[in-house]
Design a protein around this ligand. Structure first.
Ligand code: PRP
Length: 233
């Protein structure tokens, strides 16, 4: 801005508004990075440095940055508009059910399932169809209650943020609802799946308000991701 006497001239050249992409920490990140690179977004080197304490990373696009947060927090950052785009599993989307989130694209990564599990000894004689009340340790209390309510089972949920598999052996809850991929964690902790709740994959998520105000830009990124997913399919 240049001010001279009575006249105020603005010489600003409009730079693109910042765009923030939220990515989940952990195993999904390894599968997400090739997609991100495929659409032409490359984070700064600190992103791959295990000793870096940075949480927000610049990219090869001056106005685009990446944040790396817990998978549940990806949905929260995008729902509140603090990030514009993100990658989140449908487990997270089902748990929060944020109306502000639009999930236009299944990325086909992070494939696993959400299941009910219990100790092997109990599983041998148990019949989930006969439950009327169940106590479950889980990261997903809302989703779990809704799932059981559809068939008239009342679920009491004890919320944990990880290591659900410990709950049965320590008497916290006899059953858990958790993600199962290879099944190795259940097996190592003497548990067995007794009920399948949902198949899980990761989705591209967008803040609905941002999509309305920046349709060409965000729509363009959605299409680039779509092309990249179908190239890898
Ligand atoms: C997830 C999940 C299980 C495990 C299942 O945990 O909560 O514990 O993976 O994988 P598996 O069937 O291949 O053994 P994760 O390692 O992502 O960490 P978390 O407990 O922090 O969620």
């Amino acid at each position: 801005m240049y001010t001279s006497g009575f006249i105020c001239w603005s010489f600003q050249v409009s730079a693109p508004d910042p765009l923030v992409i939220a990515l989940p920490k952990g195993r999904i990140l390894d599968e997400a990075m090739p997609l991100l690179k495929g659409v032409g977004i490359l984070p700064e080197p600190a992103f791959d440095d295990p000793n870096s304490r940075l949480l927000r990373f610049a990219t090869n696009h001056a106005h685009i940055s990446i944040i790396r947060v817990r998978s549940f927090d990806v949905a929260t950052f995008v729902a509140f508009g603090a990030a514009h785009l993100g990658i989140a599993g449908n487990d997270v989307l089902m748990e929060f059910d944020y109306p502000e989130l639009y999930a236009p694209l299944d990325l086909g990564i992070g494939k696993c399932r959400l299941a009910v599990a219990e100790p092997c000894e109990l599983g041998e004689s148990d019949n989930p169809k006969r439950w009327s009340h169940v106590t479950v340790a889980t990261k997903y209390p809302q989703l779990t209650k809704r799932h059981f309510a559809t068939r008239g089972v009342q679920a009491e949920c004890i919320k944990l943020n990880g290591a659900m598999e410990l709950a049965p052996s320590l008497g916290l809850a006899r059953r858990i609802v958790d993600l199962v991929s290879s099944g190795a964690t259940l097996k190592a902790n003497g548990l067995v799946e007794v009920e399948h709740i949902a198949d899980i994959t990761s989705r591209l998520i967008v803040n609905r308000a941002a999509l309305k105000t920046r349709p060409d830009e965000l729509g363009g990124w959605i299409e680039k991701f779509r092309t990249e997913v179908s190239r890898g399919a």
